[in-house]
Design a protein around this ligand. Structure first.
Ligand code: MLT
Length: 264
């Protein structure tokens, strides 16, 4: 069921399916909650599944010039408060993982586990921040061209042709997002702190899903983080880029289902 709540001067859009322990699904940059459709439908057989359009994406409003990760995490908190969710497992794809980490920092008692799906806990490097600035200028100039070339780069090169239809569908989703929403997310990612200390301090299970061919996040950055949490699991996928929920749909779904079953 599609729902929304009022938040500041706009609204937050989300879906709720199923009953049971709560699982929250957060999409990545340029995506919206529809990326989780097949995962959400299956998980809803056993769990209450909440997928949220993060600020500036999907049907959720753009609220500000910068959507910081804590700001995005607060919108998630507001949805969970409205839904009466006391504890959940949170699954975040890439930028959604940064939001999950920010949520864990501010509301650790609300989580019984977290999944960093092609995501990681370090801040942007200085070079990364400069690249964000460049990307912001490119998006302001011609966001359609940016989206057109960015989406295929999320897949392992050998998967681009195989998933041509999915790439087209993702481009259509992304094209609905406003320039302001895209820029606000880029600025929020640029400014995010590192969450490494927090990752060491929390005692809930952390599950990393990693693509060896991820062009957005170097696998070595994530591998260095695997020994940080007190309780950590990882799925390392050969020949997979940044889009495991498409490129390795079955294995990543089952891995998440099992993680949720064990920890919810
Ligand atoms: C994402 O897929 O959410 C972003 O590419 C992550 C990032 O740029 O750091």
């Amino acid at each position: 069921m599609e729902k929304w709540i009022a938040f500041e001067k706009g609204k937050i859009n989300y879906t709720v399916q199923g009953d049971g322990p709560a699982v929250v699904l957060l999409h990545g940059f340029l995506e919206d909650l529809t990326i989780w459709q097949s995962f959400a439908e299956k998980l809803a057989a056993k769990f209450k599944v909440i997928a949220i359009d993060l600020p500036g994406f999907g049907k959720t409003s753009t609220f500000d010039k910068i959507h910081s990760m804590p700001y995005m995490a607060n919108t998630v908190y507001s949805v969970l408060a409205d839904e009466g969710v006391d504890k959940c497992i949170m699954v975040g794809h890439s930028m959604g993982g940064y939001v999950t980490l920010s949520f864990a920092m501010n509301y650790p008692d609300k989580l019984s586990g977290l999944v960093l799906f092609h995501s990681q806990a370090a801040a942007d490097t200085e070079e990364g921040k400069i690249n964000r600035e460049r990307t912001i200028e490119i998006v302001k100039g011609d966001h359609y061209s940016f989206i057109h070339s960015f989406i295929p780069s999320l897949f392992a090169e050998e998967n681009v042709e195989k998933y041509a239809e999915e790439i087209e569908a993702l481009r259509k989703i992304s094209e609905k997002n406003s320039i302001e929403g895209i820029v606000a997310a880029l600025a929020g990612m640029r400014d995010r702190p590192d969450y490494l200390e927090m990752l060491a301090a929390i005692d809930i299970p952390v599950f990393f899903i990693i693509g060896k061919k991820d062009s957005r996040i170097d696998i070595n950055i994530i591998l260095d983080q695997l020994t940080i949490p007190q309780n950590c699991e990882a799925l390392i996928l050969d020949g997979i880029g940044h889009m495991g929920f498409i490129e390795a749909k079955d294995i990543t779904y089952l891995a998440i289902e099992h993680f949720v079953e064990r920890n919810a």
